[in-house]
Design a binder for this molecule. Structure first.
Ligand SMILES: NC(=O)c1ccc[n+]([C@@H]2O[C@H](COP(=O)([O-])OP(=O)(O)OC[C@H]3O[C@@H](n4cnc5c(N)ncnc54)[C@H](O)[C@@H]3O)[C@@H](O)[C@H]2O)c1
Ligand SMILES: [Zn+2]
Length: 322
């Protein structure tokens, strides 16, 4: 009786273990199968993605080669490969300007014309730092490749950018070829816009003291003595003098109308334009629709929404397509 009871227990444990073992084994086999299937799917997606990118690079190269005119559009990402910061998201902006983080200010709040009245030393620390940074930065190879290519085209190139850094002119593009929709840091105006006049920022040097404050005396308007500010379109900005940018806009419109009227083959290439302030993206799309040509969009993270998406940095893409 005793013996058969122990035997029965052992038998039961054996059966239980066998059952669990085979269940575990089955599960393991099943999991390996799922893992292998997912890996194959992943590899297939990666393969297709890279084939798509290679195909897009070839298409972009061909479009640029065959075009007789090039419309170049650019956002802050265009300067990243030259070492300039973009302001993508509050973290991107705060990384570039820790003082803004300390004050809890996002880019939209810091880039507000109101600071020139309420805290000019802070306003000038922010814009003075950017003025020196953009002045001292050399445009990367991609800019030069675009310039060389543009010079081979019968109708040349025109640029539309929200960048205020003047990097296209520094590369050698002519002033008449550039439209800076948010103005330029290299041009000054009066905070009261007393005469509607602009003057060069070439003589302005800003020293920044402890606590991210621009050292006084700060730049003033040569006409009325009020505070001076960069001719950049800021947030909540009703005092921006837009005559210079309007002149650029008219020149761009005339160029576009001419190539449209003459049926010129146009290629459009956009670089580093973000989605937060989508002026550049919208302009590229509008012109691509108007001319019924594919848009080449270069952007490592936000290349979506174009016919030819190139998800990589500007220098890498431009060195492959020009
Ligand atoms: N250099 C400048 O003049 C400058 C710099 C920062 C911000 N801004 C101003 O701030 C606003 C920012 O808007 P935005 O859309 O131009 O910039 P953003 O900072 O919102 O977006 C930058 C975009 O560039 C992409 N990018 C990042 N690295 C890149 C690289 N190596 N190559 C190509 N693309 C890259 C990002 O994925 C992003 O989509 C604009 O109004 C502009 O006037 C100007
Ligand atoms: Zn003035």
């Amino acid at each position: 009786m005793e013996y058969s009871y122990t035997q029965a227990v052992i038998q039961y444990i054996r059966l239980f273990l066998n059952k669990s073992f085979s269940a575990v084994t089955n599960n393991l086999v099943h999991m390996i199968e799922i893992f292998l299937r997912l890996s194959i799917l992943g590899l297939w997606i990666c393969y297709n993605f890279s084939m798509n990118v290679i195909e897009n690079l070839q298409k972009a190269k061909q479009l640029l080669e065959e075009a007789d005119a090039i419309f170049i559009t650019a956002g802050a990402g265009m300067g990243v490969d030259s070492g300039l910061p973009d302001f993508r998201g509050p973290e991107g902006f705060w990384h570039a300007y820790p003082k803004a983080k300390e004050l809890g200010l996002q880019f939209e709040e810091m880039a507000n014309s109101e600071w020139f009245e309420s805290d000019p030393q802070l306003a000038w620390a922010f814009y003075g730092h950017r003025l020196h940074l953009y002045r001292d930065t050399l445009p990367h190879e991609g800019f030069k490749k675009l310039l060389e290519l543009s010079n081979t085209k019968k109708y040349g190139a025109h640029i539309f950018t929200s960048n205020v850094d003047g990097q296209f002119q520094k590369t050698g593009f002519k002033e008449e070829q550039v439209m800076e929709c948010h103005g330029s840091i290299h041009h000054m105006q009066c905070i009261d816009n007393c005469q509607g006049m602009l003057w060069s920022a070439d003589d302005i040097f800003i020293e920044i003291e402890e606590g991210f404050k621009a050292k006084e005396p700060l730049p003033v308007c040569p006409f009325c003595g009020s505070m001076a500010r960069p001719n950049i379109l800021m947030f909540g900005d009703f005092g921006w003098e837009y005559a210079r940018t309007n002149g650029q806009r008219e020149r761009l419109s005339r160029w576009i109308e001419r190539i449209e009227a003459e049926g010129v083959k146009l290629a459009i290439v956009e670089m580093g334009a973000g989605t937060a302030v989508p002026t550049v993206r919208n302009t590229s799309e509008e012109i691509a629709n108007r001319f019924d040509v594919p848009l080449i969009r270069i952007n490592p993270r936000e290349s979506f929404g174009a016919e030819i998406e190139l998800p990589m940095g500007a220098v890498e893409a431009l060195s492959k397509i020009i």
